[in-house]
Design a protein around this ligand. Structure first.
Ligand code: SF4
Length: 63
């Protein structure tokens, strides 16, 4: 199974991924995006969020 992985060094906290998939991504205590539920949206919607990230810091990782 694939899960979205976020490179926190590069996340600029824009919130686009969270707006796109609020059931998958949220802000962590440091204001960076985190994936809290990898099955919280259809894979195609997660892919759209990945594609929309302005700094392309989200990628798929094998679980
Ligand atoms: S879209 Fe990218 S830069 Fe914006 S909050 Fe999500 S991971 Fe961070």
């Amino acid at each position: 199974m694939q899960i979205p992985w976020i490179d926190l060094e590069n996340c600029i906290s824009c919130g686009i991924c969270i707006s796109a998939c609020p059931g998958v991504f949220r802000f962590n205590s440091k204001g960076k995006a985190e994936c809290f539920e990898s099955s919280g949206a259809p894979e195609k919607d997660i892919q759209s969020a990945i594609d929309a990230c302005p700094v392309q810091c989200i990628s798929w990782e094998n679980d």
